[in-house]
Design a protein around this ligand. Structure first.
Ligand code: FMN
Length: 306
């Protein structure tokens, strides 16, 4: 029997398959290449890039939890300049589809990263991480305030004609309102979800496990929450392409996100436990399609029967 066709369209962006590496969990796309070929994935979403390099948060900054992990990496990264000169050429040589994840402390930072990337070939799309503090507004996350998010997205929209994805924060008070604001600002696609604010405590030391006390929870523990959020946004904004993520570990998890309304997915924490997880997930997805007679994955998107 011929191999199932796993190609998907995320808005105008055509991808060879729907499994993407999630930002911050696959480096810049090259570090794990011996264990998981980045060119075999639908795309690689880079570690979040800021205008200048950042050292990140003090250690310890990750902790294991039941069915997940906490991180407070503090957005450590090499900066957009080093990415463009040291990483992007090799990603292009390998034929990797690159989505640049962007963050900053001000709208100007976001626009700076995009404008610098626009000078290069080989970037397929941008994903705005809006779950970081907006210093000029007193530390609130951009993704928590629909007006701020609309303005930020529209400024970034003016800086590029490439697909612009906005990655929504699950911590925002009103998910659907936030999603609408991003689309009104010019987002083509929404990614959801980022990590959920949480903490872990070491009872022997009577201290938080993370140096920064709070961190973001990821992994299987958050999958049902992410599914609910994808479903809710798809129900309210059925024409907006969605990229679903949060706790995906298997091909069946991918199917769950597609049924909830996603056109593609990203895999993060699973890669820490099994560096080859994304390739296995693709095999499992193909097997599901064979067993159930699915010819095109678009048949599954939003096909949940409720
Ligand atoms: C160690 C670590 C670093 C992350 N760094 C980023 C980042 O730089 N930008 C971003 O948008 N999301 C970042 N994330 C969030 C993930 O991309 C993803 O949204 C989240 O982990 C949920 O997916 P998962 O449960 O499959 O890991 C990070 C997650 C982890 C675990």
């Amino acid at each position: 029997m011929s191999a199932p066709d796993l190609r998907v369209a995320v808005g105008d962006l055509l991808l060879a398959n729907p499994v993407l590496a999630a930002s911050g969990t696959f480096g810049y796309g090259l570090e794990l290449a011996d264990l998981c070929a980045p060119e075999a994935l639908g795309a690689v979403v880079t570690k979040g890039l800021s205008p200048a390099p950042r050292a990140g948060a003090p250690m310890p900054r990750i902790a294991e939890t039941s069915s997940g992990m906490l991180n407070a990496i503090g957005l450590e990264n090499i900066g957009v300049e080093a990415f463009c000169s040291d990483k992007l050429p090799e990603l292009c040589r390998l034929g990797v589809v690159v989505v640049v994840n962007v963050f900053g402390e001000s709208p100007r930072d976001y626009v700076h990263v995009i404008e610098r990337c626009e000078a290069e070939d080989g970037i397929a799309a941008y994903e705005l991480n809006v779950s970081c503090p907006n210093v000029s507004s007193g530390g609130m996350e951009f993704g928590h305030d629909p007006d701020l998010l609309r303005t930020l997205t529209s400024l970034c929209r003016r800086a590029t004609e490439k697909p612009l994805w906005v990655k929504l924060s699950p911590n925002a008070p009103n998910l659907v309102e936030t999603a609408r604001a991003a689309v009104d600002g010019g987002a083509d696609t929404l990614s959801l979800i980022n990590t959920i604010r949480a903490m872990a405590i070491d009872p022997w030391r009577r201290r938080p496990e993370l140096a920064r006390t709070f961190g973001g929870l990821s992994g299987p523990a958050i999958l049902p929450i992410a599914l609910r959020m994808v479903h809710e946004v798809h129900r309210e904004l059925p024409d907006v392409p969605l990229v679903g993520l949060g706790g995906i570990e298997s091909g069946l998890d991918v199917v769950r996100f597609l049924l909830a309304g996603a056109s593609a997915v990203q895999v993060g924490t699973a890669t820490f436990r099994r560096p080859g997880a994304m390739v296995e997930i693709l095999d499992e997805l193909a097997e599901y399609c064979r067993q159930t007679g699915v010819h095109e994955l678009s048949e599954l998107t939003g096909a949940l029967e409720v």
